[in-house]
Write a protein that binds this ligand. Structure first.
Ligand code: NAD
Ligand code: UFG
Length: 361
């Protein structure tokens, strides 16, 4: 398939491009580069051995810009990563988050339908479960209260896409709820490139290890978890990328090979809606690791020091969050292959080879 990848220059998008091309697909990238660097796309091209990836420096809120992309390419589906994602910033700038993430997606989806492209994979998040009522979390777990505008944009956009699919059955919608993506491509050429002080655990750890920051603050050691620190379902970004490729099969109609109709769910369709054109998957490993588990694995595997100290809890954090990924395995044939040692090794490989991230352009 030829896939429109919005946000393709970003962390998850760039890794997904590699897996798409490896699986024989092609892509067109739309990104406004508000949180990314075009070097990532050049390095993706180098990894997969193509001259370049078709790229438009375009905002998804720019209707005319998107029209041009669709006029110039025949696109079968969209993998929609573009969005702002900093939890803390979203509390400071709610209007900007709603306008960018929700406004942008509404424009994107409208242009897609005008061009008859009605297959979309959307980057959702475990954050839609709020403080989950069950652990491990299955897709049947009810959505919860988000603690920040970023989370609400994900929760609301899930609803928007579900309603659009309900009104027009030609749409095929796949909502992927990511748990905690970490790691980097094993080549060390692409990886996570946060601006300023990292919010997330793994980039903070790697920046301490490389000497850019003095020590890691561990946010709370009095949670009801085995060692008192927060437990999450970390997933290697290459595994996460592969889940998108696996999810594309929801757009295939096996009888005639045309795109546009998802396969019927199998008998193994657990935790499912009965609508074959709308699917939701948890994308995680199913294992929960604490903050200190991650720090210790990082130090052990990479033989580097990561000084840390215990700090107060961070507002909005929950104690434990990990999933049951059985549905993605049963219906998409996807499961995570990389373990915690691979995650910390590849995160460090990226950081030590690119201590300043991508070069300024
Ligand atoms: P990222 O910031 O690296 O990538 C997002 C990309 O979207 C960036 O390249 C940015 O420049 C682009 N972008 C933002 N707004 C845009 C707009 N209006 N028009 C065009 N391009 C725009 O983030 P990521 O970690 O790769 O995340 C990808 C997606 O997955 C996001 O939607 C994010 O919310 C979601 N997600 C991420 C995580 C995570 O922990 N990384 C977890 C759950 C969900
Ligand atoms: N943590 C620290 N110190 C840090 C950073 C994080 O101790 O400097 C701890 C947190 O308290 C938490 C764990 O490490 O216990 C993971 O924190 P992250 O910020 O890396 O990830 P979160 O689980 O808080 O949030 C992530 C994404 C969100 C997404 C959410 C649910 O950042 O976008 O997962 O999917 F919404």
């Amino acid at each position: 398939m030829n896939i429109l990848v919005t946000g393709g220059a970003g962390f998850i998008g760039s890794h997904t491009l590699v897996e798409l091309y490896k699986a024989g697909h092609t892509a067109v990238v739309v990104d406004n580069l508000s949180n990314s660097n075009p070097t990532a796309l050049r390095r993706v091209a180098e990894i997969i051995g193509v001259a370049e990836i078709p790229f438009y420096k375009t905002d998804i809120r720019d209707r005319e810009g998107l029209e041009r992309v669709f006029a110039e390419h025949k696109l079968d589906a969209c993998i929609h990563f573009a969005g702002l994602k900093a939890v803390g910033e979203s509390v400071e700038k709610p209007w900007e988050y709603y306008e960018n993430n929700i406004g942008g997606t509404l424009t994107l989806v409208d242009v897609m339908r005008r061009h008859g492209c009605k297959n979309i994979i959307f980057s959702s998040s475990a954050t839609v479960y709020g403080d989950p009522v069950e652990i491990p979390i299955t897709e049947m777990c009810p959505k919860g209260q988000c603690t920040n505008p970023y989370g609400w944009t994900k929760s609301m956009l899930e609803q928007v896409l579900m309603d659009i699919q309900k009104a027009d059955r030609e749409w095929n919608v796949v909502l992927l709820r990511y748990f905690n993506p970490v790691g980097a491509h094993p080549s060390g050429r692409i990886g996570e490139n946060p601006n300023g002080i990292p919010n997330n655990l793994m980039p903070y750890i790697t920046q301490v290890a490389v000497g850019k920051r003095k020590e890691l603050g561990v946010f709370g050691n009095d949670y009801p978890t085995p060692d008192g620190t927060g437990v999450r379902d970390y997933i290697h970004v290459v595994d996460l990328a592969a889940a998108h490729v696996a999810a594309l099969k929801r757009f295939l109609k096996p009888e005639n090979g045309e795109y546009g109709t998802a396969t019927e769910p199998s008998a193994a369709n657990i935790h499912s809606t009965s609508n074959p054109h709308l699917s939701i998957y948890n994308i995680g490993t199913g294992h929960g690791y604490s903050v200190l588990d991650m720090v210790k694995a990082f130090v052990r595997v990479n033989a580097v020091d990561v000084p840390y100290s215990i700090k107060p809890r961070r507002a909005g954090d929950i104690a434990t969050c990990y999933c049951n990924p059985a549905k993605a395995k049963a219906e998409l044939g996807w499961e995570a292959r990389y373990d915690i040692d691979d995650m910390v090794r590849d995160s460090w490989n990226w950081q030590k080879n690119n201590p300043e991230g991508y070069p300024e352009v």
